[in-house]
Design a protein around this ligand. Sequence first.
Ligand SMILES: [Zn+2]
Length: 212
Amino acid sequence: MQQTRPFPPTELIDQAEEEEAIRLAPAPDLKNWVVANFLTIGGTLHNPDHDHIAELLHDNDEFLAFAWASSAAVAKKRMVLGQCEKIMFNQGGWKKARQEQQMRDWFGFVPTYLITIDASYCENTNDRNFCALLDHELYHIGVERDEEGEMLYSDMTGLPKHYLAGHDVEEFFGVVKRWGANESVKRLVEITKNAPFVPDVDISKCCGTCMI
Ligand SMILES: [Zn+2]
């Protein structure tokens, strides 16, 4: 198992600074590390909420790919440090061909989902923030469930029914201040009353720069 937290290639950030533009690069080592630690039973940070991703990847390794971005993107006036996309090129023609070619040149295939992570953030942040960011992006690959919470499987493929999931909680501080918490915010408050589930020691076991 790969135990050391993956770091982005330094030349990516250097080259981006030189060009004064954002550069992107495939991150196969990041994928291997996420699979080993988050998506494998017995992995140090294994999260059963992502078991459907593990199952889909087991069936088809082209289900998910990772990329580094040299710096954060800004969307709706917020810094974007990570992004999970379902690769659906809804335009056609050369635009679609060009984007698919980019994926094939990078990965050798066109993935179903692509997770892009801000390399300059990851280079400077601590292990806990790094792991939380990756867990966050993985949660964007949702699975449909029945009322009992059991995973739903597609009749066509026999595999979990996945979709691009939105956040559980999205509310403005001002609205909560003025009007109180809605059900999802109340649930969040309940969850924050408990200590975090993943102890620091587990994180240092698999990402720790302190372990080198
Ligand atoms: Zn998100």
